[in-house]
Design a protein around this ligand. Structure first.
Ligand code: GTP
Length: 598
């Protein structure tokens, strides 16, 4: 089939606007799958994905469509992950396409995520096909949505296709629009192999399966190929397409989307965004846009039982084989023992990894408060990257600290705009633009430090707006900020597991909050235990735990001896799980309680 009959596209949408349902309908219409198969929602394969209702891994599908012009087209639909943590993957998947369907729920209208997604698609110069879905719902307001497309997204309203993925309305119109409006791939005239790796999965039996879009030349079994980022060469074992199951083919040619298997042992060999070329006739330079994936959020993960350390290490190794974006390094902490410093793309990615450790490997783990990466310039001119309070340099050696910032789009009902502005201010952010979306809703564009939206921003937004608010964000570089290291001193000794990097203006309130929590979880001692939050030797908050008055068993004297023994046993049991810090015993679960809730 000539390249002129190939169309590569993806669907971008806000969560729940119907992306998976539409993909199913397109596959049914083109008889790629039967109706019965689609009800299993083939695209969302991982359990966790289905539970969280989000798509994490991209799964492309090749379809054949006989259009009204009588021609038979090869349509490749690339599914994209629906979460900002994976925005680099989304960008790479979009870069493998010439067009994107922008799906909007006609009963909900444009959402924060729609805007963020559209920015990504525009950055790749894609042709946008707007689809207004769920027109079967009584609340659907197609005309209002058309106005929103024009006003907010600057998309011509007459381009929008009304549809109901659920009832199968508008499906043929969508396919026709893909064929007519999305441009065919254009091949570089030198015809040297250029294939972009936009995703990869790890298969226990076959090793790494790289998902590729061929931009020029062709790739087939037995060919020697090279990857630019690692400069490693491989022999291709198999190539094929997704129908949607992996199906081997003779070769992949320019314009094709498919997979390549080439003896790679771990996911980080097939780096997302890398270019695959022929090793004897390589293209002169890689395709544009490759970036090394950098973790954005770090946290310590420790086994609850220290004897599980090796098992945890093995489990993490296995996770990393199929998730190159997850990083881990051994570290130890006086409080938590031996564990790992882990890097994640974002909070959702962190949650997924922790959840997989629990579910797939049965690991019981504690994770420390998440931290972002800070760029530090020292007074001697050298540069430092800090993601762990333990390695925070001495205050007098610091010239400047920069923290990661994000552009956040927040969509809220108009009545909450004041509350939202207040929240953004509290989180050290600024509102750069407000726009009225319709008679109900307003969109705020803001700039905020990433560290401030890490933990409870989304929860606060949801509870403040009774669930009606939505948000999305994109990374926006680094900005100078007055960050300091805050230590918690317990009876005068710093306990490093509770050290954090905070903004100077927030040290006091954060210190007070942490000291209050510690007061609740540290047991009484025979002496008064002081809990202090300190920044560079200066105490910013303080609590104290009063001294214990009596021996626990005192009240049992002369009483029932078995009860006394039981109490002592219990005390002994408790001691086992305590750790000594200077003169103070801190129970293991105090760390869990304090670190968990942040
Ligand atoms: P994520 O994977 O979370 O991004 O969601 P999605 O965009 O893939 O949405 P999905 O297809 O899972 O649809 C979300 C919900 O909307 C489901 O309950 C669908 O049945 C429903 N839905 C999808 N399309 C339509 C439609 O045209 N009309 C109606 N009434 N409901 C629809």
């Amino acid at each position: 089939m000539p390249t002129s009959l190939t169309r590569n596209f993806s669907i971008i949408a806000h969560i729940d606007h119907g992306k998976t349902t539409l993909s199913d309908r397109l596959m049914e219409f083109t008889q790629t799958i039967t109706e019965r198969e689609s009800s299993a929602q083939l695209l969302d394969a991982m359990d966790l994905e289905r539970e969280k209702g989000i798509t994490i891994k991209s799964h492309p599908v090749a379809m054949t469509y006989k259009a009204k012009d009588g021609q038979t087209y090869k349509l490749n639909l690339l599914d994209t992950p629906g979460h900002v943590d994976f925005s680099y993957e989304v960008a790479r998947s979009l870069a493998a396409c010439e067009g994107a369907i922008l799906m909007v729920d006609a009963a909900q209208g444009v959402e924060a995520q729609t805007v963020a997604n559209l920015h990504l698609a525009h950055a790749q110069n894609l042709v946008i096909l707007p689809v207004l879905n769920k027109i079967d719902l009584p609340a659907a307001d197609v005309e209002k949505c058309r106005r929103q497309l024009e006003d907010i997204l600057a998309i011509p309203a007459e381009d929008a296709i009304p549809a109901s993925a659920k009832q199968g309305i508008g499906i043929e119109e969508i396919l026709e629009a893909v064929v007519q409006r999305v441009p065919a791939p254009v091949e570089n005239p030198d015809k040297l192999l250029r294939a972009s790796v936009f995703d990869s999965i790890y298969d226990t039996y076959r090793g790494v399966v790289s998902y590729v879009r061929v931009f020029s030349g062709s790739v087939k079994k037995g060919q020697r190929v090279k990857l630019f980022a690692t400069n490693k060469t491989y022999e291709v074992k198999e190539v094929g397409v997704f129908t949607p199951k992996m199906t081997a083919r003779e070769k992949l040619v320019a314009g094709d989307v498919g997979y390549v298997i080439a003896n790679m042992k771990s996911a980080d060999e097939a780096k997302i965004g890398d270019t695959l070329t022929d090793s004897t006739h390589p293209c002169p330079e890689p395709l544009p846009g490759y970036k090394e994936i950098q973790p954005m959020v770090f946290s310590g993960i420790y086994p609850v039982e220290s004897s599980d350390y090796e098992a945890l290490k093995t489990a993490m190794g296995k996770l990393q084989i199929n998730d190159a974006a997850f990083t881990f390094m051994s570290e130890s902490s006086t409080a938590l023992g031996f564990g790992f410093r882990c890097g994640f793309l974002g909070l959702l990615h962190m949650e997924i990894i922790q959840e997989r450790l629990r579910r797939e490997f049965n690991m019981d783990v504690i994770s420390t408060y998440p931290s972002v990466i800070y760029q530090v310039t020292l007074t001697d001119g050298s540069e430092l990257i800090v993601d762990n309070p333990t390695f925070f340099p001495e205050a007098q050696t610091i010239q400047e600290i920069r923290e990661p910032i994000v552009n956040v789009y927040i969509m809220v009902p108009g009545e909450y705009i004041g509350d939202m502005m207040q929240l953004v201010l509290e989180k050290r952010g600024e509102v750069t633009n407000t726009e009225t979306i319709d008679d109900m809703r307003v969109m705020l564009s803001c700039v905020l430090p990433l560290s401030e939206i890490l933990v409870d921003f989304n929860d606060k937004l949801k509870s403040m707006t009774r669930g009606y608010g939505s948000m999305d964000y994109e990374h926006a570089g680094y900005r100078a900020a007055k960050m300091v290291k805050m230590d918690m001193l317990i009876a005068g000794d710093p306990v490093e597991a509770f050290s954090t990097i905070v903004h100077r203006d927030k040290a006091e309130s954060y210190g007070r909050m942490l000291a209050g929590k510690l007061k609740d979880v540290i047991p009484q001692h025979l002496f008064v235990v002081a809990i202090q939050a300190a920044v560079g030797g200066k105490i910013v908050a303080r609590e104290s735990i009063s001294a214990m008055r009596k021996n626990v068993t005192a009240k049992c004297y002369g009483g029932d001896i078995t009860r006394k023994r039981k109490l002592l046993e219990k005390q002994k049991e408790g001691k086992k799980k305590m750790k000594m810090f200077g003169k103070v015993n801190i129970p293991q679960d105090a760390f869990i309680k304090v670190l968990k809730s942040g």
